[in-house]
Design a binder for this molecule. Structure first.
Ligand SMILES: Cc1ncc(COP(=O)(O)O)c(C=O)c1O
Length: 282
């Protein structure tokens, strides 16, 4: 079965799917994106992703290529054509094709690309043992709340973390506080049992998984405090974990080579992971 990708109105074989060399996403990273999970063939938390996509477009004064009613139809068709039952759909919107110039082009239609592929998520071993994170300076621009494709600082941090033997990089701001991961949100269960994560402000990407996990945590009766934590607080925490569309809730058991809590996934993290899996199944 050939892989099919949507590009500006056409469903084409993936190896032929292309945008123009003067697409502004290609030349300026003048583009936004979303990654939506597919579970049992269904698009998960689609409304929340579409809300965030609209916010990203609005923040950059970028037009939507299709209406909010039509976009889910395209996503569902790409999922179906590729027979993805468990995986991801990737949506990218750029400001379109225009001669290279910093000013926004007038009368240029935005480009829309949608692709989908199967993904397994973290391994059983990663869930059972937890993963390691390594801290890096947060070198991103001051609007990572916009889900824009200019991810170079994220890539550099994550590659560095991999080379240091870690699964993810935790980005640390100039004040010594963890903002988030390179592609995930960061959480700890502090010494007093409170669940801490950076507030959803302009210095992090407000994860869809993050907001759903916070809702589940409040339902569970946990004390949820949206405030930034330091690396030292993470090292003395009871538990730590990451959230993201692909991995849902993933335990963290080492930070910069040092053990967190008991050195194994904690009970609160595992409970939130189980609740999140249940939510996804629904
Ligand atoms: C920087 C960053 N933070 C957090 C997330 C997690 O967001 P979500 O839960 O919506 O996947 C992502 C996902 O791509 C990300 O790139």
């Amino acid at each position: 079965m050939p892989r099919i990708t949507y590009v500006n109105g056409a469903y084409v074989p993936h190896h032929e799917a292309a945008v123009h060399v003067e697409d502004r996403g290609h030349q300026f990273a003048d583009a936004v994106y979303e990654v939506v999970a597919v579970a049992g063939g269904r698009l998960c938390h689609l409304d929340q992703h579409l809300d965030r996509l609209e916010r990203s477009l609005g923040a950059l004064s970028m037009a939507a290529p299709v209406s909010r009613r039509v976009l889910p139809v395209i996503l569902a068709r790409v999922v179906k054509l590729n027979r993805v039952t468990h995986g991801l759909v990737y949506v990218q919107i750029s400001r379109g094709v225009a001669p290279r110039n910093h000013f926004f082009p007038a009368d240029t239609a935005p480009s829309l690309v949608v692709s989908a592929w199967p993904v397994k998520g973290p391994s059983a071993e990663q869930v059972e043992k937890g993963v390691a994170v390594a801290t890096r300076p947060d070198q991103r621009w001051k609007r990572p709340d916009i889900k824009a494709v200019g991810l170079l600082p994220n890539l550099l941090a994550r590659q560095w973390a991999k080379e240091a033997g870690a699964y993810e990089a935790w980005l640390v701001n100039d004040g010594g506080f963890v903002t988030e991961g390179s592609a995930t949100n960061a959480f700890i269960i502090a010494k007093d049992g409170a669940l801490l994560t950076h507030p959803d402000d302009s210095s992090i990407l407000g994860g869809v998984t993050r907001s759903n996990v916070l809702r589940l945590a409040r339902h569970l009766g946990l004390e949820v405090v949206e405030r930034a934590f330091t690396v030292a607080e993470a090292l003395s925490a009871r538990e730590a974990f990451l959230t993201g569309t692909t991995l849902m809730v993933l335990p963290v058991t080492r930070v910069d080579g040092q053990t967190v809590g008991e050195g194994r996934p904690g009970p609160v993290t595992l409970k939130l992971r189980a609740l999140y899996q249940e939510l996804r199944r629904k």
